[in-house]
Design a protein around this ligand. Structure first.
Ligand code: G4P
Length: 526
């Protein structure tokens, strides 16, 4: 038991999220270098999809290949097991990122000092906030000119509705960037471009009024730093680990990932303050990681990486107990036992078959089509993990079978792609037509391409005039029946058979909400 608890307390599972180009891949790589999980720079491939003149499909396949191998990057650092969960770079795959965020215990948000808070920074931080996930901000590219640090912190607080407290403070920026003052450990860390951060660059500096400061960074920078730190100490709250852990205050670090600067500061602080595996809510009760019985859920599926074998890998987050190879676990949705002879652990580019895994770990389970996103495994107890939301999609098209001889393949392919979470499908009750809903344009291409290459089926899209699809709930059965009857034409079922209202325009949605006060219209499936 003590072994189990000490293994559990060694786990730190988090995601790095950012608007594309802020430096997520670079930062991930530097963290892996510190952890010794990779030896050379360039080993972590960007999973960005670059819309280019070369075939997008090639890009999509390339990205899928990278995404499998980088889904979880584990390494040891200071006797802790660190698991970084990767998130897709392209905003059309944002939903995949939202789901990954349900499987972490904390997040690092990378912000480009010149661009500040961008669209994806806003969306992703909002998803973290929904679950009070503790966040650390890393302000990147300090070697370039960018926004004033105080202005940037104001922008983060205002646009993201969070409270921040800087744990390091930049000394200049761009050409004048001299380093950071680590407020957390009271150390001066001097910047050397493209260097490894060496011990002699770090100077313990308890008291900034010490005239030695001028020797290291010059008079002007020393004066500025003293003034700014004085302001920082009066404006921002003193850092308390509990405030960060319960999601009320977000520490901020400044650095330059490509120069490997400021990264170690953040990592060293992260391992001290980041939460160990957190309890998780199920429909039935709260599951604590210390519980002896194994529980967990699937948050991501990759299918058919090798089209010759219908193989899939389901990524499974362990929430409590010890997971063991070749042991029967109850697949709650299917109501039967399943076991896994070759569960896989990913350590950066290497993968190994594991004998056991602990809460916070993510294991890859090979599967022949039994899993859907959100599925729960337990030792028998009837539990359903919450928090794997489907978001109301933003783009819609009718999807039609374009090859009548391949109907079976078409139906099966669509079904499996939906299980994987590539998009959502709604079947309109009045005419049985299928409507695919996505968050981005790219998914339509992905579906068409993968149906053809993996299932030998062809699909055709037709435009559909839709503004939103929202899930319908009502406690009053009579009110629900009346609503369903009156709006027959606009009612659909999602893939899990839930009732969905298809609103053609924002105006219709608003009118319907006013006319049917007994009906609740939800924009996530939770
Ligand atoms: P992403 O995963 O968030 O999309 O970003 P990524 O790490 O791929 O970084 C985007 C670009 O920003 C890369 O340049 C990268 O080298 C650069 N970058 C990352 N950190 C820093 C930094 O601290 N300072 C500066 N000046 N640049 C940084 P690229 O030209 O797109 O690619 P590459 O050819 O350099 O790899």
């Amino acid at each position: 038991m003590t072994d189990f608890l000490s293994e559990l307390h060694r786990r730190r599972t988090f995601a790095i999220v950012a608007h594309p180009d802020a430096g997520k891949t670079t930062l991930t790589e530097k963290l892996l270098l510190f952890g010794g999980a990779i030896q050379t720079a360039g080993a972590v491939k960007s999973n960005k999809i670059k819309r280019s003149t070369v075939s997008d499909f090639m890009e999509i396949e390339r990205q899928r290949g990278i995404s499998v191998s980088t889904s979880v990057m584990g390494f040891e650092y200071r006797n802790l097991q660190i698991n970084i969960l990767d998130t897709p770079g392209h905003e059309d795959f944002a939903e995949d990122t939202y789901r990954t965020l349900t499987a972490v215990d904390s997040a690092i948000v990378v912000v480009d000092v010149a661009n500040g808070v961008e669209k994806q920074t806003e969306k992703l931080t909002k998803v973290c906030r929904m679950r009070d996930t503790p966040i650390i901000f890393f302000v990147n590219k300090m070697d370039r000119e960018g926004k004033d640090a105080f202005d940037l912190l104001d922008e983060i607080e205002q646009k993201l509705s969070v409270k921040v407290t800087p744990l390091s403070w930049p000394i200049g920026m761009g050409q004048r960037f001299r380093g950071v003052y680590n407020l957390y450990e009271k150390k001066l860390v001097l910047f050397r471009a493209h260097g490894k951060q060496e011990d002699e660059d770090i100077i313990v500096f308890e008291d900034l009024s010490n005239p030695e400061l001028e020797k290291h960074i010059g008079e002007t920078a020393a004066r500025e730093l003293r003034n700014e730190v004085e302001v920082v100490e009066t404006v921002y709250p003193a850092f308390k680990a509990e405030d960060y852990q319960n999601g009320t205050v977000c520490p901020v670090f400044f650095g330059s990932a490509v120069n490997n600067f400021g990264v170690k500061e953040m990592l060293d602080c992260f391992v001290e303050i980041a939460p160990t595996p957190l309890p998780r809510h199920t429909e039935e009760r709260l599951v604590r990681p210390e519980e002896q019985k194994m529980t967990g859920f699937v948050f991501k599926i990759f299918a058919n990486m090798d089209p010759k074998h219908r193989d899939r890998i389901a990524f499974f987050r362990i929430c409590s107990g010890k997971f063991e190879r070749n042991t029967n676990y109850r697949h709650i949705r299917l109501g039967r036992d399943v076991k896994f002879p070759a569960p896989t652990m990913f350590m950066a580019s290497k993968k190994t078959i594991l004998e056991e895994a602990y809460p916070g770990d993510v294991v890859g389970l090979y599967d022949s089509g039994n899993f859907k996103i959100g599925d729960t495994l337990t030792e028998g107890e009837l539990l359903h993990f919450r928090g794997i939301p489907a978001f109301s999609p933003e783009q819609f098209r009718y999807v039609e079978n374009a090859d009548p001889l391949k109907t079976k393949q078409f139906v099966k392919g669509l079904e499996q792609l939906m299980d994987e979470g590539v998009a959502q499908m709604f079947t309109r009750q009045s005419d049985g037509r299928r409507i695919v809903g996505t968050v981005g344009q790219l998914q339509f291409e992905v579906i068409q391409h993968r149906l053809e290459s993996e299932y030998g089926a062809k699909c055709r899209y037709e435009p559909v005039n839709l503004h939103k699809a929202c899930w319908v709930h009502a406690t009053d059965q009579k009110a629900l029946d009346e609503f369903l009857d009156r709006r027959k034409r606009d009612i659909a079922r999602d893939n899990d058979d839930n009732l969905v209202f298809l609103a053609e325009t924002a105006w219709i949605l608003q009118t319907v909400q006013e006319n049917f006060p007994g009906i609740e219209f939800r924009f996530t499936s939770e």
